[in-house]
Write a protein that binds this ligand. Structure first.
Ligand code: SAH
Ligand code: SF4
Length: 359
């Protein structure tokens, strides 16, 4: 856990880490189980309501940890049920968090892992902001808790988040230790208890960190590929100049995969740019067939970008061509486009309005 504030968030601690901390302070380690049950099973973060927790422990928690949740500064509900949130932290920095409903009452939360992003992809609104700071693990978990509480109030007590994707602002592997701690907390059976199969981390391709993924719990991995030629990928993603497709693909091949799991390759489709026949041929050559799945993401247009989204028929043609060549392929449907779409767009628009972004 990398400290960001002097007083760490209580929600940055995994169960074993909290046990260790409490033990060192002279408390019985099992009280950590009780705290996890209040916070992550009952979603009760108000200490006043922790009936079985002794006063002395509450005092220690008060002195040693920050227990505040991020604030929901703005919330928008789309016609398709997607909710977008602008979430503010204790230093006033903000990120966006999205909740996407799916079939069978499943709900996915898309969390941010950093304020801004250092990778600077040319198609990405967040990329234009630069990196402001990493989020601490408790701020990632804080997004989960704050949105859980919000939807329980708005949609009923039984409403719960079942899936999580690290696809909001930021490059999760650039904030490796904190994202790892947050993932351990998400999966903790005595707490939130999310299944490994329901957590997905998307990365732009930081090769040294991909090589360390053996240290991570075995969740789902998504790689933002976006191009199968080095020239195009370097134009879209400056990270490709440091770690090109060869290095990226050989690092990915070493990620240990459990049976029946695959790597998802995200491929942004930009009109007349990376949606040509030669891009399909290059993709087919590049990807290991049996363990790869391609998720096509039609580009979300925004005023400051000259990139355009291909037509529906072009997108379908691209998908069919890949499938004819034995590559499993899905198209990411656009969610919540009536409430500001592209990654980072909500944050910028809201901050312009609320005048929050100090730089
Ligand atoms: N930094 C990580 C994870 C967060 S980005 C990564 O890049 O993988 C989340 C996703 O949003 C990425 O797949 C990215 O390609 C996509 N994205 C960013 N800008 C977009 C846009 N304008 N239209 C569609 N998808 C976009
Ligand atoms: Fe960062 Fe991902 Fe946006 Fe690239 S696409 S700038 S890695 S958030």
């Amino acid at each position: 856990m990398k400290p960001i504030f002097e007083k760490p968030s209580l929600y940055s601690f995994s169960l074993p880490a909290l046990k260790e901390n409490l033990k060192a302070a002279g408390f019985k380690p099992f009280v950590a189980d009780q705290l996890f049950s209040w916070i992550y099973v009952k979603f009760e973060v108000d200490m006043e309501n922790w009936t079985n927790i002794p006063k002395k422990l509450k005092e220690y928690i008060n002195e040693s940890f920050d227990t505040s949740l991020p604030k929901i500064i703005w919330e928008g509900l789309s016609k398709d049920g997607t909710r977008k949130f602008l979430v503010g932290f204790r230093d006033g920095k903000t990120v966006e968090t999205v909740m996407i409903p799916a079939k069978n009452n499943r709900k996915t939360i898309c969390v941010s892992s950093q304020v801004g992003c250092a990778i600077g992809c040319t198609f990405c609104h967040t990329g234009t902001m630069g990196l402001s700071r990493h989020l601490e693990a408790g701020e990632i978990i804080g997004q989960f808790l704050a949105i859980s509480k919000f939807i329980k109030k708005a949609e009923g007590e039984e409403a719960r988040l079942s899936n999580l994707v690290y696809m909001g602002q930021g490059e999760p592997l650039h904030n490796f230790e904190n994202v790892k701690s947050a993932t351990e907390i998400l999966l903790e059976p005595k707490g939130l208890g999310l299944s490994q199969r329901k957590v997905t981390l998307s990365t732009s391709g930081l090769v040294p960190q991909i090589e360390k993924l053996t240290e991570f719990p075995p969740i789902n991995w998504a790689i933002s590929l976006h191009a199968a030629h080095n020239e195009i990928r370097s134009e879209l993603m400056p990270i490709n100049k440091a770690y090109d497709l060869d290095r990226l693909l050989s690092a990915i091949k070493k990620i240990p995969l459990k049976a029946h799991r695959h790597i998802t390759y995200e491929y942004l489709l930009i009109d007349q740019y990376n949606d040509r026949k030669e891009d399909i041929d290059a993709l087919v050559d590049l990807l290991p067939k049996k363990v790869s799945k391609v998720n096509l993401i039609p580009f979300n247009e925004y005023p400051e970008s000259s990139f355009k989204r291909p037509s529906v028929s072009r997108i379908t043609w691209f998908k069919n061509q890949l499938e004819d060549n034995g590559i499993t392929c899905t198209i990411r449907t656009q969610k919540g486009d009536d409430i500001l779409a592209a990654c980072g767009q909500l944050k910028s628009e809201m901050e312009k309005k609320l005048n929050l972004w100090e730089s």
